[in-house]
Ligand binder design. Sequence first.
Ligand SMILES: *[C@@H]1O[C@H](CO)[C@@H](O)[C@H](O)[C@H]1NC(C)=O
Ligand SMILES: *[C@@H]1O[C@H](CO)[C@@H](O)[C@H](O)[C@H]1NC(C)=O
Ligand SMILES: *[C@@H]1O[C@H](CO)[C@@H](O)[C@H](O)[C@H]1NC(C)=O
Ligand SMILES: *[C@@H]1O[C@H](CO)[C@@H](O)[C@H](O)[C@H]1NC(C)=O
Ligand SMILES: *[C@@H]1O[C@H](CO)[C@@H](O)[C@H](O)[C@H]1NC(C)=O
Ligand SMILES: *[C@@H]1O[C@H](CO)[C@@H](O)[C@H](O)[C@H]1NC(C)=O
Ligand SMILES: *[C@@H]1O[C@H](CO)[C@@H](O)[C@H](O)[C@H]1NC(C)=O
Ligand SMILES: *[C@@H]1O[C@H](CO)[C@@H](O)[C@H](O)[C@H]1NC(C)=O
Ligand SMILES: *[C@@H]1O[C@H](CO)[C@@H](O)[C@H](O)[C@H]1NC(C)=O
Ligand SMILES: *[C@@H]1O[C@H](CO)[C@@H](O)[C@H](O)[C@H]1NC(C)=O
Ligand SMILES: *[C@@H]1O[C@H](CO)[C@@H](O)[C@H](O)[C@H]1NC(C)=O
Ligand SMILES: *[C@@H]1O[C@H](CO)[C@@H](O)[C@H](O)[C@H]1NC(C)=O
Length: 820
Amino acid sequence: MASSLTISVILGVLWAAILLSFATTVTAAYPSPLESEAIALLESRWWSNHSSNTSQRCQWPGITCNTAESITKINLSDAPNIEVGDRFGKLNFSSFPNLVLLDLSDHQIRGKIPHQIGDLSALKYLDLSSCGLSGELPPSLGKLTQLEFLDISYNDNINGSIPPQLGNLENLVTLNLSQCGIVGRIPSALGQLTSLQSLILSGNQINGSIPLEIGYLRNLTFLGLYNNRLVDSIPITLYQLTNLEILYLDNNQLQGSIPSCVGSLSKMQDLSLGSNLLKGPIPQEICNLANLTSLYLSQNKLTGSIPSCIGSLSKMLDLSLGSNLLKGPIPQEICNLANLTFLDLSQNKLTGSIPSCIGSLSKMLDLSLGSNLLKGSIPKEIGKLFDLSNLNLSFNQLSGPIPILSATHLYIVDAGNGCEKIFPDPFEGNSDLSPYMCPTPVTEKANSSRIPYYIKIFLPIAILFTFSILGCLLCSRFKLKNNHVSVQPTKNGDLCSIWDYDGKIAYEDIVAATEDFDFRYCIGVGGYGSVYKAKLPSGKVVALKKLHHLEAENPTFDKSFRNEIKFLSEIRHRNIVKLHGFCLHRRSMFLIYEYMEKGSLFCNLRDEVNAVDMDWTKRVEIIKGIAHALSYLHHDCCPPIVHRDISSNNVLLNSSFEAFVADFGTARMLDLDSSNKTIIVGTYGYVAPELAYTMIVTEKCDVYSFGVVALETLMGKHPEEVLSWLSSPSSLVNMKLVDVLDNRLPLPTSQLVTQNLVYVATLAFACLNPQPKPRPTMKEVCEEFLSRHTSLGIPLRMISLLQLMNREMHIGGKTKTCDV
Ligand SMILES: *[C@@H]1O[C@H](CO)[C@@H](O)[C@H](O)[C@H]1NC(C)=O
Ligand SMILES: *[C@@H]1O[C@H](CO)[C@@H](O)[C@H](O)[C@H]1NC(C)=O
Ligand SMILES: *[C@@H]1O[C@H](CO)[C@@H](O)[C@H](O)[C@H]1NC(C)=O
Ligand SMILES: *[C@@H]1O[C@H](CO)[C@@H](O)[C@H](O)[C@H]1NC(C)=O
Ligand SMILES: *[C@@H]1O[C@H](CO)[C@@H](O)[C@H](O)[C@H]1NC(C)=O
Ligand SMILES: *[C@@H]1O[C@H](CO)[C@@H](O)[C@H](O)[C@H]1NC(C)=O
Ligand SMILES: *[C@@H]1O[C@H](CO)[C@@H](O)[C@H](O)[C@H]1NC(C)=O
Ligand SMILES: *[C@@H]1O[C@H](CO)[C@@H](O)[C@H](O)[C@H]1NC(C)=O
Ligand SMILES: *[C@@H]1O[C@H](CO)[C@@H](O)[C@H](O)[C@H]1NC(C)=O
Ligand SMILES: *[C@@H]1O[C@H](CO)[C@@H](O)[C@H](O)[C@H]1NC(C)=O
Ligand SMILES: *[C@@H]1O[C@H](CO)[C@@H](O)[C@H](O)[C@H]1NC(C)=O
Ligand SMILES: *[C@@H]1O[C@H](CO)[C@@H](O)[C@H](O)[C@H]1NC(C)=O
């Protein structure tokens, strides 16, 4: 009985051995190393749901073998169905002499790390992060002397302290024990891990001081000890770690001061010492850390002033010095930090005023200067910070007018009465300021309450009356309806914001400059408003786009106004009209642009004199200018911008007939909209045909509109007729190009001008393809302008529209890139 059992066991083992082994001689009593691996895998039962045929174990999920079929890696990252569970300790760790990698991260393992893990003598990489482990870290981990990577982070139920035996892992490059519930001190033996580059012990309950021996870890680039209970001062040896790029010591109970030798950490990018008990001044030497992008010193007891040299740290993105005892002014030099997105100086004792240059920090998202002793007025330049999503100037002694904020991420609502309210109140606790942006500042409440009520009521009426009479006297001709314009006896000028302009400008100045928007000054009526020419008190001539009253009350329209400001203030291109500023008065809104002497392309083509002044060369240049502007919007802006309303009305010409694209009220950034679907916008006659049925806006819609404008420029009138022929190309056979060209101009005589003309016409037809896909991109259009044109094979008079459509006249070389 017993012997037959023995025989059957031996036979079973033999059978297994024959299946498993290709090379080794089999002895029944001592399984070969490969057999041991197979048996160990089978007995672990980790793969029990998958297979029990160990002859295929090298193909089991998560297992990698070497050429001798011995297991080198167990990586269960991609094998979520393999359950380790409470069977971690069931693996016979001493059976894997070639295992270099064990990655069980994110697999639920209930229980402790088995002591036997120390038997994985070849292990280089051990990842047990997020495994739900508990119990103490076994000292046997110190036997894994080949280990280069050890990550046991995010196992909240581990307890006990860091075993000093880890100091034996002299090849360790990464040690991550964050979020492990570890208690006790950092063993000084960790100072022996001289290969270490990343040491992360954050989010535990580690107490005691940072051992001096940390200073031996000269190759360390990342040291994270934040969220612990470390005490005493930061050891001076830590400042010898000159390879450090990231140092997080925040949220401990560290004392002492920041020594000047912090300046020797010259590779530092991210320095976090916040939420400790640090005292003394911020050393000047911190400004040596030229690669610093983030400096977090908030919530300490730092004294002295903010070193002005901080302005030399040009890569800075986040600067947090809040909740300290800092005194003195906010240094102007802070405005040199062009990429700054987060500035927290709140809860200090800073004095002086807010530097107006702060408006130049155009990437600012979060500006917190609350709870200081700041005085003076709020710089109106803050209105230029479009990306601002948090503004907190609360609890200071600020006064004066509320700047007009154009930030699209701040929560601003119409409060009625022409006022807008900002939530949450960024000016709370400044006794003179309210969260309202309005033409009759609520801020003046304290003062105005002293004015007798009859003056409050009658003065505006009297002034309105006077102006109305004055207006009627001035306007002898038809006047656009703007009965909403009422002038308040208050500082309306504060509501205008004009950049790069010295003089102050008030609403009254604009009323005066346009004689209360007299029709004589009206130089155009666009979809969203009328445009006026205005000479400012300084003598500068600008164009004012006054948005229609009714639309101005519509919230989506308000969005379009902010849209336009945002786009244009960020765009710099020689063929895009420049925005100088904007102005809000009650519910009327203005955009202040560069003035274009000749007005719109539409008007010029319809003006007999100007149409003739616009010779073929000028017209070709106008078309190229529009193409450059669109190529810039589509391909060089990030995210790309679709104009959506290209028409001859929205192309303006300066005194030398150079083209400028204008009217960005309906433009949109392509990737903002998840669907790209839209209600149809654009001007009838210029809208791409696919919009009628797809309602999906792409840059190819602009390409089509460009084709219409290009053809219109060559024909001198809207190409309606030609567009209708495009659907039946056969009708184009007998249509010659010269028949449609603007007959107010003589045909070109120069060979080069003729070539350009034909070339532009060819591209226009390509852009008018009814299908969006085959239309060229604006970049391709620009590139083709730059390619060398071959001479025409046939005289201009002979060229038919069909030949243009079929691109028979030119084959463009795409060599150069678009010059924008
Ligand atoms: C195990 O797999 C091998 C190879 O595919 C196959 O030849 C053998 O029959 C399988 N053994 C069992 C018990 O299924
Ligand atoms: C483990 O496998 C996953 C998925 O194949 C892979 O992305 C990861 O790099 C592997 N881990 C290691 C340490 O090689
Ligand atoms: C594995 O098998 C057990 C028992 O049949 C079952 O309870 C468990 O859900 C299975 N696990 C997976 C991942 O399929
Ligand atoms: C584990 O494997 C080793 C070597 O393969 C073997 O000597 C030992 O007996 C095994 N231990 C257990 C408990 O199976
Ligand atoms: C440590 O964790 C283990 C397992 O969860 C538990 O049995 C033990 O009591 C814990 N020890 C301490 C000191 O909390
Ligand atoms: C632990 O830290 C190392 C080094 O920074 C990192 O590569 C690893 O992803 C971290 N582990 C987890 C779970 O975040
Ligand atoms: C540090 O933590 C350990 C374990 O919680 C505790 O025994 C020890 O008293 C603490 N030391 C100090 C100085 O708080
Ligand atoms: C430290 O890094 C350098 C450069 O990478 C390397 O040559 C040196 O061996 C490392 N030192 C240790 C102790 O690993
Ligand atoms: C700062 O960063 C740049 C780019 O990453 C690097 O080339 C330079 O060496 C760094 N400077 C220092 C002092 O480490
Ligand atoms: C500012 O950010 C831009 C874009 O991320 C980058 O190209 C530029 O180099 C940064 N400037 C500095 C001084 O780091
Ligand atoms: C603004 O900052 C002050 C402290 O400076 C704080 O009390 C207040 O809650 C902050 N306001 C908002 C809206 O965060
Ligand atoms: C919107 O248009 C852009 C550019 O054409 C494209 O990359 C993006 O995938 C589109 N989004 C959707 C949801 O179609």
